[in-house]
Ligand binder design. Structure first.
Ligand code: MLT
Length: 411
């Protein structure tokens, strides 16, 4: 008789966003005329940059001609794309990242989960609370945790609370942890990290032989010139950090799929015999075995993001969503709600009114204003009493949603 990976039984029934979609569909079925506005999952709404579309159309034509047709590409991604990323995203900011340290993939969500393939099962793993649920769920699936307790925490994980008191930036743990997930600009709270703050983490990691898994999927939303976009802007990070980035939110690629993971060649971790092993070699081996690369057409679309026109179009896209975030912040504040984030990030984190639980506020918002957001408790126990609103939608929908919130919830 075949058996299952029992670790899956430890998980809550559904992943957060499908669970929200299920509740919204149930509501929509009973209220077919409700004009629902979705500010829940961070899914982009604005069209792909013209530069990317033009490049992809050209690539499609190339695929139609035997002379320029492409079959399997390099599993790590085409060098022309990796070179552009190294130059524009890293070297231009003073980070010593070489093209062959960049692995192109189909998503940061996948990579932040898949990265566990190259780590042992005996690591002490720290996550923030609240946190992007993928980090936790993939550790549960990999057997790196025990069961979930009444507080909604998995045994074996070290939870680092992020709260108003610490400006939603986790404090360095007093104990030794081996793997640490950090996400800046933060999903879900929209908090950002200064260079000094990240330097403390890099020093901690280098002193303890820990690895930081740094999710920078939202770095393009940073407009404050003093904030770092990459952990490699911090001295010493090449020896302790893997960074994940994505074209999804930056260039509207959520449906097109392209991302990247940086694994510096200087990064090592211990084998069972105590020897130091290069993580780059393991990730390269993993990707060559389990992944066949992102399509040529999509990589050409991603490459076009770095053209002069592409850069201007991406900047306009980001400004558009950041203006949405500003409107949301202002209007929610006008409604008397306490809000955080949404300045160098596309997410606004609010305190639920009248001490409602996160899911109660979700239901009220849906029923009374036909607006979908994301309950803070879905991101972890410490997210209870909070709620996330995403700035990814049309201006018309954002304005309408804020009008409804002011009408129904102004305190
Ligand atoms: C979110 O809403 O948190 C994101 O869209 C999830 C993701 O990028 O996978």
């Amino acid at each position: 008789m075949a058996t299952i990976n029992d670790n899956y039984l430890k998980l809550k029934a559904g992943y957060l966003f499908p669970e929200i979609a299920r509740r919204v569909n149930t509501f929509a079925q009973s209220n077919p005329d409700a004009p629902i506005i979705k500010l829940g999952i961070g899914d982009v709404t604005e069209p792909l940059p013209e530069a990317s579309r033009t490049a992809m159309l050209k690539a499609v034509e190339e695929m139609g001609d035997r002379a320029t047709f492409k079959g399997y590409g390099p599993e790590q991604g085409y060098l022309w794309l990796r070179e552009k990323i190294a130059t524009h995203d890293f070297q231009a900011r003073g980070c010593e990242i070489e093209p062959d340290e960049i692995f192109i993939s189909d998503g940061s969500k996948c990579d932040t989960g898949n990265i566990l393939d190259i780590f042992g099962n005996n690591n002490t793993i720290a996550v923030t609370d609240p946190v992007y649920p993928v980090y936790v769920d993939t550790n549960v699936m990999a057997g790196n945790t025990g069961s979930i307790n009444n507080a909604g925490e998995f045994e074996g994980l070290v939870y680092l609370p992020i709260t108003e008191e610490n400006n939603f930036t986790a404090e360095i743990p007093s104990q030794k942890v081996d793997l640490i997930y950090l996400c800046f600009p933060n999903n879900p709270t929209g908090a950002t990290a200064s260079k000094d703050y990240l330097k403390n983490w890099v020093d901690y990691a280098n002193n303890h032989g820990s690895i930081i898994l740094f999710d920078a999927a939202y770095e393009a939303f940073i407009t404050d010139p003093n904030l770092p976009h990459s952990i490699y802007e911090i001295e010493g990070a090449r020896n302790c950090a893997i960074e994940f980035r994505s074209f999804s939110k930056k260039a509207g690629f959520t449906g097109t799929r392209c991302a990247l993971t940086v694994v510096p060649k200087s990064l090592t971790a211990k084998a069972a015999d105590g020897s130091d092993v290069e993580l780059w070699k393991l990730w390269n081996r993993r990707q060559s075995t389990k992944f066949n690369g992102v399509s040529y057409i999509v990589q050409r679309g991603a490459e076009a993001v770095y053209s002069e026109a592409g850069q201007a179009q991406v900047k306009a896209l980001i400004s558009f969503y950041l203006e949405n975030a500003k409107i949301i912040r202002e209007k929610l504040t006008e409604a008397g709600l306490v809000v955080y984030g949404g300045v160098n990030a596309p997410y606004i984190w609010l305190k639920t009114p009248n001490e409602l639980s996160s899911w109660d506020f979700f239901d009220k918002l849906l029923q009374m204003a036909n607006i979908v957001g994301t309950p803070g408790s879905g991101f972890g126990a410490a997210g209870e009493g909070y709620f996330r609103i995403s700035a990814f939608n049309s201006r018309e929908n954002v304005n309408e949603a804020m009008k409804r919130i002011i009408e129904k919830f102004k305190v």
